[in-house]
Ligand binder design. Structure first.
Ligand code: DQA
Length: 144
């Protein structure tokens, strides 16, 4: 199982600042990830939460399972040490994904506290970043 975990406000994709995040909805993102998983022959589960404790629980569960994770920590990327600590416990690979290029945006978005514990980071490629992250994880695991 590969978990695709999304943090706060990402459930509002499509209507949320479309000039930055595009017009694709969270349902589109979920379809893309499930479709990619099906093509690659890997099981994918897509989740989104605005609640920190829920994300931490999901990361704990992924750590216990030894699962790989694609994580868009959204605003938590920039300040949330509890999410980083939970991400540090993962035993599988962790790909951090940002839809926008955080490095070309406001200064406070340039640093992610998660990146140092991620296997790799994809930013600025829109929701295609999720497809690329899943492709990497499936290839690395020898599935595709
Ligand atoms: C984001 C970038 C973050 O700075 C922002 O807070 C988000 C989304 C992205 O996917 O580009 O909510 O993670």
């Amino acid at each position: 199982m590969i978990y695709v975990l999304n943090g706060p406000n990402l459930g509002r994709l499509g209507t949320r600042e479309p000039e930055i995040y595009g017009s694709t909805t969270f349902a589109d993102l979920e379809r893309l990830c499930l479709g990619t998983g099906a093509e690659l022959g890997v099981e994918v589960e897509v989740r989104q939460t605005d609640a920190e404790h829920e994300m931490i629980k999901w990361l704990h569960d992924a750590a216990d399972e030894g699962a790989d994770v694609v994580l868009n920590p959204a605003a938590w990327s920039h300040y949330n040490i509890a999410i980083r600590d939970a991400a540090s416990m993962l035993r599988g690979r962790l790909v951090e994904v940002h839809i926008s290029n955080i490095h070309t945006r406001e200064e406070f978005r340039h640093h992610s506290v998660i990146s140092a514990v991620a296997t790799g980071v994809i930013a600025g490629l829109g929701i295609d970043g999720y497809r690329l992250a899943l492709t990497h994880l499936a290839r690395f695991a020898g599935n595709a």
